[in-house]
Write a protein that binds this ligand. Structure first.
Ligand code: HEC
Ligand SMILES: [Cu+2]
Length: 320
């Protein structure tokens, strides 16, 4: 992922926005330079306060009614008006260009913002629905519609490399579309202040070839595999007792609805909305210290004996 990922675009919904961004930046820099040059010229002009201070001349030059001065003000106002109107027209054209995808989206994904994570719900071609979290997969070269809402406060969804930002508002579904030209991973971020952990409310978009995407969709739509050994079996029981009130793992008794679906937890790249790499050690650290890692998050610290933590970890590792 390039460091300044927001300065690049990787699809047709983002390219016009990126060009506009650069054009406006160039315009602003040009205006700043022009103003600086004019200011220096004005200061050096004979009769200016600076020039008079240098020559020791004290007479005040009265240039009210100076026709040159009036003309300069009129020209400056005209140039500013033309530039600002030009920028307005360019912005409206970009807004129109990215409002709708070039062709109807074959796939739509429901994204629901929560304090402080993203629920992502897919409907498979066969009509099955399943949820995952904080990671959106897309097939490359296809516009994908995002239906965006919020479970609590106002958030905003922004994946700079793929599209402009859209508000996520409780009780209202907003739409936008994403399209990736080539396979890759791009970061997105909540861009509407939504509380203590707003900064740790990121997500990733993973674009895959259509074949890889279809495979991913198929794997993700399945329930979790049954525990493969005694430790994982015990881990599933600990999960049912300690975690199931909030989390779902499809295929088990755990069907909580207020936290990320963990059915295929181990297949994700990051956990806690982009906060940690998804390793066995980090998963256990998160379970024990969610409140230290993400203070105020709606996941409590869960205290387990070392033996129970080991077995829980064995179970979480199998959620591929
Ligand atoms: C009171 C509800 C609650 C309980 C109980 C709970 N969690 Fe969570 N959990 C959450 C919430 C909410 C999040 C999202 C936190 C965030 O990212 O801000 C979360 C996030 C997670 C994540 C990161 C998921 C991801 O994809 O980012 C893991 C892993 C996790 N919990 C495991 C567990 C385990 C294991 C237990 C039991 C030992 C447990 N949780 C108990 C509410 C809960
Ligand atoms: Cu936010």
């Amino acid at each position: 992922m390039p460091l300044a990922y927001f300065l690049h675009s990787a699809g047709p919904a983002a390219a016009p926005v990126r060009l506009l961004g650069w054009a406006l930046a160039a315009l602003c820099v040009g205006v700043c330079i022009a103003i600086a040059v004019l200011l220096v010229l004005a200061m050096r002009r004979p009769g200016s306060r600076v020039a008079r201070a240098r020559t020791g001349e004290h007479a005040v030059v009265d240039n009210t009614g100076d026709r040159d001065a009036h003309r300069i003000v009129a020209i400056g106002t005209a140039i500013s008006t033309v530039l600002l109107l030009g920028a307005l027209v360019a912005m409206l054209r970009v807004l129109a260009a990215v409002a709708d995808p070039p062709r109807a989206a074959a796939l739509s994904v429901r994204v629901t913002a929560y304090d402080w994570w993203w629920k992502v719900t897919y409907t498979t071609p066969s009509g099955a629905r399943f949820a995952t979290a904080n990671e959106i997969h897309l097939p490359t070269g296809e516009p994908v519609q995002i239906d965006l809402d919020s479970a609590d406060v106002i958030h905003a969804f922004w994946v700079p490399a793929l599209a402009g930002k859209t508000q996520a508002i409780p009780g209202q579904v907003n739409h936008q579309w994403l399209e990736a030209d080539h396979p890759g991973v791009w970061r997105g971020q909540c861009t509407q202040f939504c509380g203590a952990q707003h900064a740790h409310m990121a997500l990733e978009v993973v674009a895959q070839t259509p074949g890889d995407f279809a495979h991913w969709l198929d794997v993700q739509s399945r329930p979790a595999a049954p525990p493969a050994n005694a430790a994982a079996h015990h881990g599933e029981q600990i999960f049912a007792a300690q975690c199931a009130a909030c989390h779902t793992v499809r295929g088990t008794r755990a069907d909580g609805a207020q936290a990320p679906d963990l059915t295929h937890l181990a297949s994700r790249r990051l956990i806690a909305a982009g906060t940690l790499a998804n390793t066995s050690a980090n998963r256990l650290d998160w379970v024990a210290h969610a409140q230290r890692i993400k203070p105020g998050s709606l996941m409590p610290d869960v205290v387990l004996t070392p033996a129970d933590a080991h077995d829980l970890s064995a179970w979480l590792d199998t959620l591929q």
